[in-house]
Design a protein around this ligand. Structure first.
Ligand SMILES: NC(=O)c1ccc[n+]([C@@H]2O[C@H](COP(=O)([O-])OP(=O)(O)OC[C@H]3O[C@@H](n4cnc5c(N)ncnc54)[C@H](OP(=O)(O)O)[C@@H]3O)[C@@H](O)[C@H]2O)c1
Length: 221
């Protein structure tokens, strides 16, 4: 039986989980690197995720090379991966990942992409298969429960997708890695969430020299 439904994201101290969107193709094209908006996107994204890139687990799982930091941040990254039996993500997160992830995508489980785009399943080496779900978040969750085994279901992102699951009362718990950066503008994690519907209980806090990891359980009001 599938376990909990959770999300785990990195957030800027002022509440953003991504910079203002720029076309993903520009982020990954040589020409795009000359665009000041792309450069600003990359600078902010790099600051946000600066805690994660040097971690040994992240480097190995993303095929960035062996070695890296070990300690609390590495343990958090590894534990999040190990508890996840299946992921659900939005199309914009997928679009960026399709260009950025190695061929051996870093999930090694089924992944359900909620989208209006119809597409056949995309199987990657190493156990990741992306399934494209066109009939909404509940359907994606039902399909995820069928394949999660006894592990948890991760709502991987982005913000629009997480907000729908939160508003639907479908998230059991979440963790935020709070990064010491200010974005000013961007994509807010809790932009559309109805604060009257959700009550949170803080269950854990851990701080490293780089970031603070916060964990909450979600209760319906
Ligand atoms: N900070 C972190 O830890 C973290 C983690 C993950 C992602 N991110 C970032 O978050 C950003 C993306 O977030 P986002 O909020 O812009 O977008 P998103 O949630 O990734 O994707 C939104 C898109 O998914 C599709 N979609 C969502 N709900 C749907 C539904 N119910 N039915 C059908 N289609 C649906 C729609 O695309 P279509 O209409 O085109 O199908 C929609 O435009 C990226 O920059 C990513 O890097 C950050």
């Amino acid at each position: 039986m599938a376990g909990k439904v959770f999300f785990s994201v990195t957030m800027s101290l002022d509440g953003f989980m991504a910079p203002d969107a720029v076309p993903v193709a520009d982020v990954f094209s040589p020409e795009g690197q000359n665009d000041p908006r792309v450069r600003q996107w990359m600078a902010k994204w790099s600051q946000l995720q600066a805690w994660l890139f040097p971690q040994r687990f992240f480097r190995e799982n993303s095929k960035l090379g062996e070695g890296g930091e070990e300690g609390l941040d590495n343990d958090v990254a590894r534990a999040t991966y190990e508890r996840t039996g299946v992921s659900i993500m939005g199309k914009r997160m997928f679009d960026a990942g399709e260009l950025a992830w190695p061929e051996d995508a870093p999930f090694h489980t089924p992944v359900f992409v909620v989208t209006h785009t119809e597409r056949d399943p995309w199987e990657r080496p190493g156990g990741t298969t992306f399934h494209f779900v066109n009939d909404g978040i509940s359907s994606a969750l039902d399909r995820a429960r069928e394949v999660a085994g006894d592990r948890d279901i991760r709502i991987a992102g982005g913000a629009e997708t997480i907000q729908q699951y939160l508003d639907g009362g479908l998230v059991d718990e979440f963790s935020i890695t709070l990064a010491p950066v200010l974005f000013g503008t961007g994509i807010r994690l809790f932009e559309r969430v109805d604060p009257a519907r959700l009550a949170l209980e803080q269950t854990r806090t851990d701080a490293s020299s780089r970031v603070t990891h916060l964990r909450y359980t979600v209760k319906q009001r």
